[in-house]
Design a binder for this molecule. Sequence first.
Ligand code: NAD
Ligand code: LMR
Length: 346
Amino acid sequence: MASAPTTVTITGGGGQIGYALTFRIAAGDMLGPDRPVRLRLLEIPQGMKAAEGAALELQDCAFPQLIDVDVTDDPLTAFNGAQIAMLVGARPRTAGMERADLLAANAGIFGPQGKAIGAVAADDVRVVAVGNPANTNALIAAASAAPHVPADRFTALTRLDHNRAVGQLAEVLRLGPDRIEGVAIWGNHSASQFPDVAHAVVDEHDTMVIDALAERLGGRDAAVRWLDDTFIPRVAKRGAEIIEVRGSSSVASAANAAIDHVRDEQLGTPHRTWTSAAVVSRGEYGVPEGLVCSFPVRSKGVHAHGEGYEIVEGLDLDDRARARIDASVAELVAERDAVRALGVLG
Ligand code: NAD
Ligand code: LMR
């Protein structure tokens, strides 16, 4: 028997990532072929025509799982009964804009959206912030939805960074990406993030990735040099590289990562391994409580016994890893303090 439809709300539904997301969700790539979906696309008035056009095209695909598509510029209508909210629409940084201006502009978007989620979303709503600065936007939305929605229902997307890290390792090791497990992204979805391979393995023989790199690159010192000088900066600055090469920010890979993020939270991460997501810290690994920070996470799914993403605890961190994580967390603290000064965190 088919399950009840799941209501998925996408903000910025008329934008680039929105356009890449909706068709894959409607085709069943996110929740599986047995779960019908209702899509709600939230836009600002200037984006309504693009979202309405996407809705027409979605109808023309005749996807069996797609029950209906609503397009609106009213947050209360868009989030009414939402079980999954994907917050993609954001104010991009433009010339002359400082980071503080960007935070303030996005506080004006994610604050009211969080409030609307608190007022009208479904009791089991889960939210992922994709629009940048994603971690702090999730923090703002969570604070604005309180006390109606628990803060741990809010996450931010660092799965794109995780997938980028796996892609880089797969290329150098000449392996299929599905053979690499145990990568972790720590910190902020920004150039300060720490892509960590200390616990990563090549699955079949449980070879540590660092040993596989040493074999491929001519020794352990060469492997460590490659990680520090090439891998970490390339993953952390891949967003900027994409912007430089294609002339605008990542779209299909970002939509793909957002689908991976929601699918693994809702349906569960594969046995044995973990993924990365920015979730609310309860003080794990010394990250200040309440920050939305990227950690290695697992999920048993979202159902009667599954509560979505949980942080993988107990991993050893050496001094170099600790210093990199502390630097990214310091950036998150500075972002939190900047938006707190705007009065949007209550
Ligand atoms: P885009 O400009 O093509 O689309 C954004 C859409 O959001 C536009 O249609 C705009 O009208 C809409 N919008 C703006 N304010 C809104 C509001 N208040 N409510 C509803 N909709 C609103 O941008 P894009 O390429 O789709 O990227 C969207 C965001 O995702 C950007 O902030 C980008 O930096 C970010 N991003 C994040 C990641 C990540 O890994 N976290 C990766 C790529 C891009
Ligand atoms: C990305 O990682 O591709 C996006 O967050 C865009 C950016 O500004 O880096």
